[in-house]
Unconditional design. Structure first.
Length: 271
C-alpha cells in the first residue's frame, strides 16, 4: 500500500498512557518562549514547536523508539537521521489551516536535500476526527513531480512556517489532481501512526471543533542523502545538517517514563 498510495496508517501503535505522557510534555514545550515555537496569526495560539527531540528527553527517546525508527529504516532502505521534528497542536476553534503541499519541495528548495529519500512518521496524541483538523492526502501523488506547478512566493525561511505557505501548488493543478486521485481524510484514536512519503500531497483544515488536535511529526532522512551546502540555509532546528545514524532504544521509550506512567503503559500494551 505504501508504495502505491504513498502512506500507511497503523492504529494503536502507542498506548493511552504513552500518548498522555507526550501530551503533558507537549504542553510544557508550548509554554517556552523560544524561536522554535511558532504562533498562529492571532499571535496567541501555538501553531508549531520544532526540534522537540532537542528540547525534551522524552521526545528524543520517542524518536528512537523502534515503532518509529524501524519503519523509517525499512521504507528508506538505509540507516536514517532526524531531518526535523514538529509538534502541531491545533487549538479548539483556533488551530489554522496547512495548505496543500509536498514537504520534499521545501526540503529541496530551502534545505538543499538532493533526493526524496525522506519520510514523515506522525503520531496522533489526541483523537483526530473529521471536525478538528484531520490530515487530508491525495493518494498516489508522491509519484508526481510538481516542481513546475509549485510557485515560490516571499523571501526568508520564516515564510515556510506560516498559514500562508511559501511554496504553493497552483490551484488549477490541485483541481486536476483532486479529480483524478481523490482525497482521503486520515482520522484515528490517540496512538495512531501515519507514515507518509515526503512527496505526498497533504494538507490540514482548521480545527472547527471544541476538541484539541495534537500530532507529532518526525521527518527521517536517509544518511545517504545529506543536505547539500546552500546559501542562507534554514536554522539547524528546522533542518539538521548532521546526518549521524540514529541508534534504536533497547526498550520502548515508555520504560523511562515516571513509574506510574511506565507501569500503566506496559500494562496497556501487553509488554
Amino acid at each position: 500500500m505504501y508504495e502505491e498510495q504513498g502512506y500507511l496508517v497503523v492504529p494503536d501503535q502507542f498506548s493511552p498512557s504513552e500518548t498522555e505522557a507526550l501530551l503533558r510534555e507537549s504542553g510544557q514545550l508550548s509554554q517556552l518562549d523560544i524561536p522554535q515555537r511558532i504562533l498562529e496569526r492571532d499571535g496567541e495560539q501555538v501553531r508549531s514547536v520544532y526540534a522537540v527531540h532537542q528540547l525534551s528527553d522524552t521526545f528524543e527517546r520517542f524518536t528512537r523508539d523502534s515503532r518509529n525508527l524501524e519503519p523509517a529504516r525499512t521504507l528508506l532502505d538505509s540507516e536514517v537521521y532526524i531531518h526535523q521534528t514538529q509538534l502541531n497542536p491545533k487549538a479548539p476553534f483556533q488551530g489554522d489551516v496547512w495548505e496543500w503541499h509536498q514537504d520534499y519541495l521545501y526540503w529541496q528548495r530551502d534545505d538543499g536535500m538532493a533526493l526524496p529519500r525522506a519520510l514523515n512518521v506522525s503520531v496522533f496524541l489526541d483523537e483526530v476526527t473529521e471536525f478538528n483538523g484531520p490530515i487530508f492526502v491525495m493518494p498516489g501523488s508522491h509519484k508526481l513531480a510538481l516542481d513546475d506547478q509549485t510557485v515560490t512566493r516571499g523571501h526568508g525561511w520564516e515564510n515556510t512556517l506560516t498559514a500562508d505557505i511559501r511554496h504553493k501548488v497552483t490551484p488549477d493543478m490541485l483541481r486536476q489532481l483532486a479529480m483524478r486521485l481523490g482525497l482521503v481524510s486520515i482520522k484515528g484514536k490517540p496512538g495512531t501512526t501515519l507514515i507518509f512519503d515526503g512527496r505526498l500531497l497533504h494538507c490540514s483544515p482548521p480545527n472547527l471543533s471544541g476538541n484539541p488536535r495534537t500530532v507529532i511529526f518526525t521527518r527521517y532522512n536517509s544518511v545517504d542523502n545529506p543536505l547539500r551546502p546552500i546559501e542562507n540555509p534554514r536554522p539547524e532546528w528546522l533542518a539538521s545538517r548532521d546526518p549521524v545514524p540514529l541508534t534504536a532504544l533497547a526498550h520502548a521509550f515508555s520504560a523511562e517514563l515516571p513509574d506510574s506512567d511506565r507501569d500503566q503503559a506496559l500494562a496497556e500494551s501487553g509488554r
